[in-house]
Design a protein around this ligand. Sequence first.
Ligand SMILES: Cc1cc2nc3c(=O)[nH]c(=O)nc-3n(C[C@H](O)[C@H](O)[C@H](O)COP(=O)(O)OP(=O)(O)OC[C@H]3O[C@@H](n4cnc5c(N)ncnc54)[C@H](O)[C@@H]3O)c2cc1C
Length: 381
Amino acid sequence: MAVVIVGSGLAGYTAAREFRKLDRQTPLVVVSRDAAGFYSKPMLSNALAGRKTAATLVMKPAAKMAEELGATVRAHTEVRQIDTSAQAVLLADGKSIAYRDLVLALGADPIRLPLEGDGADDVRSVNDLDDYARFAERLDGVSQVTILGAGLIGCEFANDLLTRGIVPTVIDPAAWPLSRLLPAAAGAWLRERLEAAGVRFLFAAAASRIDCSARGYTLGLNDGSRIEAGLVLSAIGLRPRTAVARDAGLAVQRGIVTDRRLATSAAHVYALGDCAEVEGLTLPYVMPIMQQARALAATLAGTPSAVLYPAMPVVVKTPACPTVVCPPPVGAGGEWSVQSDAQALEARFHGVDGRLLGFALMGSATAQRQALAAQVPGLLR
Ligand SMILES: Cc1cc2nc3c(=O)[nH]c(=O)nc-3n(C[C@H](O)[C@H](O)[C@H](O)COP(=O)(O)OP(=O)(O)OC[C@H]3O[C@@H](n4cnc5c(N)ncnc54)[C@H](O)[C@@H]3O)c2cc1C
């Protein structure tokens, strides 16, 4: 019986690749509701600078992936249900696929703000190739884009839009960019450089309504003010895709709950990537996926293996201000100390016992990334 992987994103395909390094015999099926081409999702937020289209972002089409992996890749195929007792997934067309082991690599959905106004449904988010295609198409003739959310993805898109001569205005209820990852002083340093490059920020602000206007959209903000935009992009966060798992009776909290072997609460069902909550941690980044895929592949190939999380710094793709963040664990006690000059900023988070638990580096200080990462204890050791 086959190992069936649902999802052809970085999680699904990386798990498939790692599995094939260990086992060339077991039938492998990758099922995806999208076109199942292999692409690097992080490139979506710096694709404008590289003049990429959704088509040129695809590194390998589904057929090539199938050939390389020795797998059956079923594109445009949606899994609707999981029958854990029969060990089968049920598809939208009414057919089913039996599994020996099932891997859920379902990703996450963009969170939508509840906005009023007749323009609210036009708000874009970019979380896959199809989203990017629609977004890029809408940019023609647009000179101003408003971005909801000054987190990692919002700041990256803002920087990327500048390369197309578009003025981005980024709105966030917090007081500085990347507020969940950076201390205030580091946020101010980043803000200054992005503003110098042409990004506009509105902090302590939130959109409450979006109405269509002659030149695009009028956003009504919570302080009563209004701003105009040619297009509105939402980048306020992601929510793990859990519905199929929840309906099948699997334990779900924020994400699909797994132990350190990526095993869900149902026998022979595993989860990884943005949809998974591994030992209470949902980490929607590439490096955790690489760690998860290696451990899961070994488990599926017969050697039960626990995932390890070393310190995993994230590179923020804002060329106007090179930035690396390695945030401390959520809720960790301690404090930030920040040193900076005109060229570099180094922020260190020390725990109450004095240990380095996280950091942020900007400008030329990003060269310190590996040296500092080596000092930070991993989240799962
Ligand atoms: C714009 C952007 C920039 C980013 N930049 C960075 C970065 O610089 N560094 C970093 O570390 N991380 C970055 N990330 C995060 C990183 O890209 C993600 O963590 C990662 O790509 C998630 O991969 P995934 O396979 O879990 O999910 P996805 O890539 O979303 O894949 C989910 C797959 O599941 C399929 N699927 C879902 N439901 C079903 C179903 N019911 N039936 C069949 N198929 C289904 C989908 O079709 C899709 O193929 C970025 C994310 C975004 C959106």
